[in-house]
Design a protein around this ligand. Sequence first.
Ligand code: ACO
Length: 381
Amino acid sequence: MAPSSARALRILALLLSLSSSAGFHLAAPSSHAPRRERRAGSISADASKRGELQVRLLGIGAAAPEKRVPNSELEELVDTSDEWIAQRTGISCRHLLAPEEGLSDLATSAVKDALEQAGVEAADVDLVIMATSSPDDLFGDAAGVARSVGATGAVAFDLTAACSGFLFGINTASQFLHNGAYETAVVIGADALSRWVDWSDRNTCVLFGDGAGAVVLQRAAEGEAAGVLGFEMHSNGAGREDLNLPYDGDTRELASIATVTTGKYTPIAMNGKEVYKFATTCVPKVLNEALENAELTVDDVDWLLMHQANIRIMETVAKKLKIPMDKVLTNLAEYGNTSAGSIPLALNEAVREGKVKKGDVIACAGFGAGLSWGSAILRWG
Ligand code: ACO
């Protein structure tokens, strides 16, 4: 490195250390004037412990396609039965996007409901994260959804972490709110895996459905109770082949210039037994890690909310954690596995039914392709 670059780096490091010791943060330049004065972050938790984040979860919304397909109808398609599907998975039904519907339409509807419940104006949203693996547009859906709801001042981007995506999105957005960079965020979890399953493969096609959910988060004011009490996230690419949706483009010669591929993906492939073992081993562990980071125990948990993949996975995890099933939130029976949509779809139902109340502690865990898995201990409201 040239001496002048090294000197510049030392000066930058000095400036950064001075700014943080003075209790303020260097914010990224913003293209629009802040609507409200952004407060300096007062980071109370030890970041290395992945503990409390000063955010509040203020509103939730969800949407699923109208088309409802019960197990019995899949008997026409593959060699399966309602009994097999219900017993092995807990799924009775799924909702499927129609050709004229977009995933962005579901996400837009979910965000509108979440903003309304939160009492937050779309124009006040600073950040939109859309967790999805099946966007309408491979370049990302978040910016389009932000525009559709009127969040025209927000920065918006997609995040891909399969069924862990919503949880990873909550943890990511919460960092920006906690450190003072942004005031208000929307996190969407949405997927339409009906687009990517092989409808002749009974091992996978019976499992998935389409849906979206969204949560509005705001930076908590001084003295307000934190909404993320602790979190943890992991991934392991060694398990990538146990669950994937790989690119498999057709080879094409461009005259004598180059050989390229043109886009196509192979349908979802899953080693169900390996994913089952991974989930029942890693999910209890990652929930315990987040509880430890939050300095809480299972006795402090009001609700357990896992990615809705299989009721047997939920039962095994709950048993390992010694949490009774009546504290487990699930709507898997109606929607199947909606990937990144599943956690907010289930939470939306529980909040709107009045089951989950303001102040309730919800231990949440996502897991899926990557392999990836993560948790957050949330306080609602
Ligand atoms: N209907 C009838 N029979 C079936 C079906 C079906 N839909 N699917 C499989 N079978 C058969 C198999 O062919 C097999 O038959 P065989 O014994 O003659 O070979 C038999 O049922 C048993 O199959 P298994 O795969 O052993 O069934 P298992 O009890 O493991 O259940 C399941 C399969 C439900 C997929 C389970 O392994 C599971 O839930 N795994 C986890 C999936 C998961 O959590 N995914 C989450 C992540 S999704 C994401 O990230 C996108």
